[in-house]
Design a protein around this ligand. Sequence first.
Ligand SMILES: NC(=O)C1=CN([C@@H]2O[C@H](COP(=O)(O)OP(=O)(O)OC[C@H]3O[C@@H](n4cnc5c(N)ncnc54)[C@H](O)[C@@H]3O)[C@@H](O)[C@H]2O)C=CC1
Ligand SMILES: CC(=O)N[C@@H]1[C@@H](OP(=O)(O)OP(=O)(O)OC[C@H]2O[C@@H](n3ccc(=O)[nH]c3=O)[C@H](O)[C@@H]2O)O[C@H](C(=O)O)[C@@H](O)[C@@H]1O
Length: 418
Amino acid sequence: MKVCVIGLGYVGLPTALLAARNHEVVGVDVDESKVDALDRGEPPLEEPALVDLFHEVEGRFEARTDVVPADAFVIVTPTPLDADTEVADLAAVRAAAEAVEPVLTRDDLVVVESTVPPGTTERLVGRILERSGLERGAFSLAHCPERAIPGDTLNEMVGNARLLGAIDDRSAERAADLYSFVEGDLHRTTPRGAEFVKLMENTYRDVNIALANEFAKIAEELGVDVHRSVDLANEHPRVDVHRPGPGVGGHCITIDPQFLAQSSTHDRLISQARAINDSMAKHVLGLVQGAVGEVPDRDPRVTLLGVAYKGDVGDTRETPARPIARLARNVGFDVRAYDPHVESDADLPVELDSLETATAGSDCLVVVTDHSAFANLDSESLATRMRSPTVVDARAVVDRSRWEAAGFEVVVLGDGSN
Ligand SMILES: NC(=O)C1=CN([C@@H]2O[C@H](COP(=O)(O)OP(=O)(O)OC[C@H]3O[C@@H](n4cnc5c(N)ncnc54)[C@H](O)[C@@H]3O)[C@@H](O)[C@H]2O)C=CC1
Ligand SMILES: CC(=O)N[C@@H]1[C@@H](OP(=O)(O)OP(=O)(O)OC[C@H]2O[C@@H](n3ccc(=O)[nH]c3=O)[C@H](O)[C@@H]2O)O[C@H](C(=O)O)[C@@H](O)[C@@H]1O
C-alpha cells in the first residue's frame, strides 16, 4: 500500500523507513530543512543502523512538505505539554489530521502514533476526518503508539510487542498490514485502551524513578549508599527499583504522566512523582554548594559533564542540565558545559565547550548525563586543569577510588556512606 507518514522526527522517520521495507512511503514534514536534508541523502539520524536502513529503502521512500493521497496515513507529530495550562498541546496532531482530511478517500486508514491523552484519536482526529463527508468505518482509524527507546530505536521498533487500538476489525487488519515490519506480537485493543496503556507504561517508569530518587535522599541522611542498596534490593525476584539521578528528562517520561493526570480527578501519586523528580535539580545544586563551599577571588566555576537527557544520546529535550545550569547561575556560579554527543543547543542556558575549555579553572564537575565515555575520563589531567578538583556525580558513573587517587573530592548523589 502507499503510506504517508506525517512528522519525520525521532519516531516518524524510523517508522517511515521501516514501513518502506514493505510499502511505498511518502514522509511529510513541515520542516523544509529536514526534507531538504533527506532529499540530499543526509538523513538527520543518530543511530548508524538507521542510516543503513535509509540507504536500503532508497527508491521506496520520498520526503515532502505536503500531505499527498495515500492508502494509509500515520500521524507522528509532537505532543508537548502546554507550558501555561500544563495539559497536552495537540496543535500538531490537529494540524496533521486537518492536512489528511482533504485527501481522505473511502477505505483509507489513519493511524495516530503520537502519544496522546485518552480519547484523542476518536474525539479529536476522528471528528476532523469526518468533515470529509466519510463516516467512521468508511475509513479505518487506529491508535498504535510507539514503545521504542531512543538509543536502540530500530531493534525496539521491530522487536517490541505493539498495541493496535483499532475502532473495528477492518482497521485492525489494515494496521497489522501497515506494521508488518514488527516481529513482536500485535495486541488488539480499542483506541482509548491503547492510549491509556501507553501512558501507564511511561507513568510507571516516572513513579519508579521518583521512588529511587526518594530512596537516594533518604540514603544520604542515613549514611548508606543507595546504588549498592538498589542492587541488593533488586536481587529479590519481585523487586525492580530504578536508578536515582539528577532528574528525569526527555520528551516522554517528563510529559506523558501529565496526560493521565489531566484526564482524571483521582491523580495523587502521579503528580507527586513528577514533583519529586523535578526536585532533583535543586538537590544536585545543594550537593554542589556543600562540596564547593566558599570560593575566594571570583565566582565559583562549575562544569556540567553532559547536557543530553540521558546517556549516549544527543537529545537535550527536558534535560535536567537546563534547571541545574539555571539554578547554579542564580546563586552566582560561572557555569560551563561539555557533552561529547551535543555540539550546540540554543535552548540551553549555557554554551558548550570542549572538555579542556569547560574544565579549565573549574571548582566542581557535575556529572549530569551517564554517557559511557564519562566512565573513562582522565581524572589525573582533569585534576591538574581544575582550580579545586571536586566532582559531584549525579549518575554514579565515576570510579571513586581512581578519582580520589587523582586528588578529587568525590560526592555521589545518593551515597551517604562517605
Ligand atoms: N522520541 C521518542 O522516543 C518517542 C516519542 N513518542 C511520541 O511520538 C510523537 C513524536 O515524537 P518525536 O518523533 O520524538 O518528535 P520530534 O519532535 O522528534 O519530531 C516531530 C516532527 O514532526 C514535525 N511536525 C510538526 N508539526 C507537523 C505537521 N503539522 N505536519 C508535519 N510535520 C510536523 C516536526 O517538524 C518534527 O520533525 C510524540 O507524540 C511523542 O510523545 C513515542 C514514543 C517514543
Ligand atoms: C517505559 C519506557 O521505558 N519508556 C521509554 C521512554 O524513553 P526515554 O528515553 O524517555 O526513557 P528513559 O530511558 O527512562 O529516560 C527518561 C529519563 O529518566 C532517567 N532515568 C531513567 C531510568 C532510571 O532508572 N533512572 C533515571 O533517572 C533518564 O536518565 C532520562 O533522563 O519513553 C519512550 C516514549 O514513550 O517516548 C518509550 O518509547 C521508551 O520505551
